[in-house]
Ligand binder design. Structure first.
Ligand SMILES: Cc1cc2nc3c(=O)[nH]c(=O)nc-3n(C[C@H](O)[C@H](O)[C@H](O)COP(=O)(O)OP(=O)(O)OC[C@H]3O[C@@H](n4cnc5c(N)ncnc54)[C@H](O)[C@@H]3O)c2cc1C
Length: 465
């Protein structure tokens, strides 16, 4: 179905989240060579949280952030606003090096990081429309239902009890949110709704207030031990930290580190009371499903639905989109899915569509690293779970730079080594086959399969998901 677009429909222009704030006019670029203690490349959540904790720990440090566009231009200003305690990738992979206890510590730290972001936002006066309503994961149909229950069993085996995640009864589910075709749901308290651009812009302001210099319109063309090179000068620093997640493939020497995965969103116009009366959603929970080609959604502070999923998952040669323009068929596909979830929305219109890139490592698990010998460091590969993970990453990079031996620096994701993605055309073929198979698997399951389609299992094998 063709999505009904409102007269003021906008495609791209970074994201809907900047509509109320205005797309920022980029600040001044780097004014020439300078010497710093820490140079941070990229002013998304990772770079800004790192700068924040470094300055809090040692106000005398000179920290310079180099950003090729403006602070919050990347995924940090475009995401679905799930401040989620979910860990990227499978806990088994983190357990390989640090045992099950290590993986559990990392998961617990993720749960706590949700509250840490909320705490700092409160302390710094950042109003990011935060509501900690938890995460509602719905199953639609028997195969998804089975996966939901299997996932819950897995979580219990890892030691997470009903205080962390629990199955809802039909009445509890309907009390919260009425999703057409829902056959089951879990709810976890470890998730909060945010307005992503408000968080990243607020954080940039807080970091500047602490004395960090953020140089915008300043692309870094070379990262090497002791220096970050830009067209406007070179920043020399003991530590140079790469915080460019989905854009990392565009940096020389890092083309195959993390796959730039595309994610797309649409947002409706504000919905009338009658629609909310049918849907519910008074608790502002974040909403996800158990499809292979999964969706994610939030009810915004101004009563719209922001609804995301995979559009065109990956561009050949790891190209990254820049300003978020989204294909018409992706807008239509997201609209179809949204209306299938909430038929009451059918009479409203889409007001904005946008896309962005996130970073996916070959084993789908995140990592943080600082090499004490060269002073080079990085964090990322959050595979769509970066809103909270970046906070943990920022605190961890801070401790690693300051050479502190802490609970954070002993986490299993520190110094993880992962192999590179395959060269093209294998990379493109692998990712596109995976998503094609996922789409087919979802279609089969929708026709009433009671178990996970074998096609999805093949897709998982192909990409090591
Ligand atoms: C549409 C979408 C929805 C998402 N939804 C969620 C969600 O709901 N929950 C969740 O947890 N995660 C979500 N994510 C993922 C999450 O947003 C990211 O993982 C997170 O924001 C990454 O933050 P970052 O700072 O590492 O990277 P980014 O925010 O991408 O920032 C990187 C910055 O580096 C800059 N840069 C790049 N190259 C250079 C260079 N050469 N020189 C200087 N600067 C450079 C970029 O301009 C950019 O500002 C989503 C992502 C997308 C795209």
């Amino acid at each position: 179905m063709t999505a009904p677009l409102s007269p003021g429909f906008v495609n791209g222009e970074v994201s809907f989240w900047y509509r109320s704030l205005g797309v920022p006019a980029p600040g001044e670029p780097l004014g020439g060579d300078l010497q710093a203690d820490v140079a941070v490349v990229g002013a998304g959540y990772t770079g800004l949280w790192t700068a924040y904790y470094l300055k809090k720990a040692d106000p005398s440090l000179r920290v310079v952030v180099l950003e090729k566009q403006f602070a919050g231009f990347g995924a940090s200003g475009r995401n679905g606003g799930w401040l989620t305690g979910a860990l990227a990738g499978s806990p088994e992979r983190y357990a390989k090096t640090h045992g099950r206890d290590g993986a559990r510590r990392l998961q617990r730290a993720m749960f706590e990081a949700v509250d840490e972001v909320i705490r700092v936002a409160g302390e710094e006066g950042i109003d990011a429309d935060i509501v900690k309503g938890g995460l509602l994961t719905v199953a639609r149909g028997p195969a998804q239902d089975l996966r939901l229950r299997e996932e819950l069993t897995g979580q219990r085996a890892w030691g997470w009890d009903a205080a962390d995640v629990r199955l809802l009864t039909r009445d509890e589910m309907d009390d919260r949110l009425r999703v057409a075709g829902a056959t089951g749901a879990t709810w976890s308290p470890h998730c909060a709704r945010i307005q992503p651009a408000k968080l990243v812009r607020g954080l940039a302001r807080a970091v500047r207030d602490l004395g960090v210099e953020i140089c915008e319109q300043t692309p870094v063309t070379e990262i090497a031990p002791g220096r970050a090179v830009t067209p406007y000068g070179t920043v020399r620093a003991d530590h140079v930290l790469r915080c460019t997640e989905g854009f990392t493939a565009t940096i020389a020497g890092h083309h195959r580190d993390w796959l730039p995965m595309n994610s797309s969103m649409i947002v409706t116009e504000p919905l009338p009371e009658g629609v909310w009366a049918e849907i519910g959603w008074q608790g502002r929970e974040l909403l996800g499903d158990m499809a292979h080609y999964y969706m994610y959604a939030q009810r915004t502070a101004d009563d719209r639905i922001a609804f995301g999923g995979r559009g065109r998952p990956y561009l050949y040669g790891s190209r990254v989109d820049e300003r978020g323009r989204t294909h018409d068929w992706t807008v239509d596909a997201l609209w179809d899915l949204l209306v299938s979830f909430f038929p009451a929305v059918a009479g409203s219109r889409v007001e904005h569509a946008w896309s962005g890139v996130l970073g996916v490592p070959r084993d789908w698990c995140s990592a943080v690293h600082v090499d004490p010998a060269t002073g080079l460091g990085w964090a990322g590969g959050y595979t769509g779970h970066g809103v909270t993970t970046t906070n943990l990453a920022g605190r961890t990079l801070c401790d690693l730079v300051l050479r502190r031996d802490t609970e954070l620096t002993r986490m299993p994701w520190v110094d993880r080594r992962v192999r590179a993605w395959e060269p093209e055309p294998l990379r493109w073929l692998g990712v596109h086959s995976m998503y094609r198979l996922y789409r087919l698997a979802d279609a089969r399951e929708r026709r009433g399969m009671t178990r996970t389609s074998v096609l999805a299992r093949i897709a998982d094998k192909i990409t090591g998901h």
